[in-house]
Ligand binder design. Structure first.
Ligand code: SF4
Length: 325
């Protein structure tokens, strides 16, 4: 009996020593930088960077297989911290926010039948494309609200998702999961949005929704910057051209175009720095800046659309964007 116990213990001892040595010899060394990069990341595992999650992204960055600024929720700050850690130049990062391209909630859009199935847009769309009369409209079952890793979306009483711009990181998880393709990632600084993506003819749009784009082209004609075009009967915004003057908002007969201009930061001129060059006054697309020759310029905040053009032309950096009081 004692012999058997001793034999087994001996075998166990030799095996564990062998395993210990093998573990040392064949251990895969992890670059400690990977862990440090991972600590900087938000940990949302949203996949917006194109990898399987934050761990995989950290490894890809350190091994030079992913750009330093690919973490969408982390934005510029995370890109800066990673660049600092790796001794690389800080890349610039565009910031995006999710926008709903539909205004047709329960009160505005007709249903074609009563859906009584699983409360998920991805399931509902399998039943004749969903219950909405508009084939392009938001189904309102809140899949986007549930998949958002940052809790930035909630459904309102009209059955439409409301996106909190402050909380939304632009990760795009909602965009990927919306079966109607009714969510878009737009540049964060864009304030004017066309809130429909129906390519139906105007008469059909009117039959099913009171606030859809009917392709009348009024916005196209009034935009001074040629930022809107008609694509197969649908008004489409070119955010690189839009200067956020808001003229299209009032021109739309169905009220489909919305503007956040009243909530956007406004230009404010530091009188200590301003030398009265007036380059800002000449550059402002909405004539929001005025002043006497050679004297400090003043901004009319009611008119200012927050486009930042004045900041970019001021030679003495006297203009900052501030949130409205
Ligand atoms: S936006 Fe898309 S996912 Fe969200 S409620 Fe509408 S149809 Fe569903």
């Amino acid at each position: 009996m004692i012999e058997a116990v001793l034999t087994l213990s001996g075998i166990g001892l030799v095996a564990s020593l062998g395993l210990g040595l093998a573990a040392r010899k064949f251990a895969v060394r992890r670059n400690p930088l990977i862990e440090r990069v991972e600590q900087i990341l938000p940990g949302a595992n949203c996949g917006a960077c194109g990898t399987a999650g934050c761990s995989a992204f950290a490894k890809a960055v350190v091994e030079g297989e992913a750009p330093l600024n690919a973490c969408v929720p982390g934005g510029q700050e995370v890109a800066r911290l990673i660049a600092e850690l790796m001794g690389a130049a800080v890349p610039s990062t565009e910031s995006y926010v999710a926008v709903l391209l539909c205004k047709g909630g329960k009160g505005e859009a007709r249903s074609k039948f009563e859906y009584d199935g699983v409360s998920d847009c991805r399931a509902a769309v399998l039943v004749s494309g969903g219950d909405k009369g508009c084939a392009y409209g938001c189904l309102g079952l809140g899949t986007c609200e549930r998949v958002c890793p940052f809790g930035a979306i909630h459904m309102d009483e009209d059955g439409l998702p409301v996106i909190d711009r402050e909380t939304c990181t632009g990760c795009g998880v909602c965009v990927k999961n919306c079966p109607k393709g009714v969510l878009l990632l737009a540049p964060r600084e864009a304030s004017v949005h066309i809130r429909c993506h129906s390519h139906d003819k105007g008469a059909q749009v009117k039959r099913v929704c009171t606030v859809g784009c009917i392709g009348c082209g009024a916005c196209v004609r009034i935009c001074p910057y040629e930022a809107i075009t008609l694509d197969d009967g649908l008004a489409v915004m070119d955010y690189t051209r839009c200067r956020q003057c808001g003229l299209c908002v009032d021109s739309c007969p169905t009220g489909n175009i919305t503007s956040l201009v009243s909530q956007t930061p406004k230009a404010r001129i530091d009188p200590e720095r301003c030398k009265g060059h007036a380059l800002c006054e000449a550059a402002c697309p909405v004539d929001a800046i005025s002043g006497e020759p050679g004297k400090t310029r003043l901004v009319d905040e009611e008119r200012c659309i927050g486009c930042r053009i004045c900041c970019s032309v001021c030679p003495v950096h006297a203009i900052a964007m501030v949130n409205p009081d």
